[in-house]
Write a new protein. Structure first.
Length: 66
């Protein structure tokens, strides 16, 4: 009877360790994805500001008259 409990406990520990490793990998992947999104968003914002500056506009409320 005690051997059965010990086997279940060892299985639980192994499964728990695997789940913790999987969760750590998922957190890392999520952090990388968030960083990539932030970088792309910042790049788009910078490109938008540069294009407005090159056309002589100051903000979104001003536009060029054709």
């Amino acid at each position: 009877m005690n051997l059965g409990i010990e086997l279940h406990y060892e299985l639980f520990k192994a499964t728990n360790a695997e789940l913790q490793q999987k969760a750590a990998r998922e957190r890392l992947s999520l952090a990388i994805l968030r960083r990539s999104i932030k970088r792309i968003t910042n790049r788009k914002s910078t490109e938008s500001q540069q294009s407005q500056t090159s056309f002589g506009t100051v903000g979104p409320e001003k536009s060029l008259a054709c």
